[in-house]
Write a new protein. Structure first.
Lengths: 132, 174
């Protein structure tokens, strides 16, 4: 075991042709798993809710600021070519702003004090813990 | 009443003790993600499979799972269920894979296949019983990378152990 650490080159002599095939095959499967399971669909729309009511849905392919009036003041939501974030919020802790940019379908940012939430919507709605 | 034991039983007990010791060592090592572990006890299973036969390897592996969980106080816990399901599926895979032609496939292939079967067995239990939710699939690529990496390392160590056993001399000196 120690010699494997000492001379990493010498450990390759144990590999037979079939072992190389197994390694390459497993690596391809692993890469395929990454691509299929971690590929997130880019969102096309953002849905804004105030409380439990849907306020509006906007297309993400634009550049604009939206001012939304919540119970404690105005929140500014910034849409910029495929991504969206809270830009200004009257809330105390500013968690919604620290959430940063949302890009992928199914992502959410919630401002609890101001009761405003953003949800990104793609063509298909993926599973998430909020809807489950 | 005294239970009659054979030489085979003694050998299984000795090898299982080795595997249990390695399992204990591994239990102390912290892991960045629960479930991602090197699985160095599987080196013993592989070594036994190639040095002796499948039945001995299966005994050693199952004994290791039961005895280690008793020692760690995890018997009948989710961790035990994960360990057992992983061991069963990787034994099943080894049972098939041991018939691969020896001149082309060494212990390294067996190790990688067993490692993948191990995580598959664990993920099946996680998906069905522990976290019955589709989001478990996000973890699969991470576990697959771990299986490939640690499967390769364990396979290399096993190949090296078998090599020095057949050569009867230390290959470092040659």
């Amino acid at each position: 075991m120690l010699s494997l650490l000492r001379s990493p080159k010498s450990c390759f002599r144990y590999l037979l042709i079939g072992d190389w095939l197994t390694i390459i095959f497993s690596a391809i499967i692993t890469i395929y798993l990454f691509q299929t399971l971690w590929s997130h669909e880019h969102a096309s729309k953002v849905q804004i809710r105030i409380g439990d009511k849907v306020y509006a849905a906007y297309d993400l392919n634009q550049q604009r600021d939206i001012k939304v009036k919540g119970p404690i003041g105005d929140s500014v939501i910034h849409i910029s070519h495929g991504k969206v974030r809270f830009a200004k919020s009257p809330c105390h802790n500013q968690y919604c702003i620290h959430q940063g940019w949302l890009k992928r379908s199914g992502q959410v940012a919630i401002c609890l004090p101001n009761q405003i939430s953003l949800e990104l919507i793609g063509k298909q709605k993926p599973y998430d813990s909020l809807n489950y | 009443m005294l239970i009659q034991t054979t030489i085979d039983d003694h050998r299984i007990a000795k090898l299982a003790a080795f595997a249990i010791a390695l399992h204990m060592v591994e239990a102390v090592v912290p892991s960045p993600l629960p479930g991602v572990k090197p699985g160095i006890a599987n080196i013993v299973t592989l070594y036994v499979l190639l040095q002796y036969d499948f039945a001995t390897a299966a005994w050693v592996s199952i004994l290791r799972v039961f005895a280690s969980s008793l020692l760690l106080g995890q018997f009948m816990s989710p961790a035990f269920a994960l360990s057992l399901s992983g061991a069963m599926l990787s034994l099943g895979t080894l049972w098939v894979a041991q018939h691969l032609p020896k001149p082309y496939f060494s212990a390294i292939t067996l190790s990688i296949l067993a490692a993948f079967a191990h995580i598959a067995g664990q993920l099946i239990v996680v998906r069905i019983w522990l976290i019955p939710h589709a989001s478990v699939s996000y973890l699969i690529p991470v576990f697959a990378v771990a299986a490939l990496f640690f499967g390769l390392i364990n396979g290399l160590i096993t190949a090296r152990l078998l090599y020095s056993k057949t050569q009867k001399l230390d290959p470092d000196k040659t």
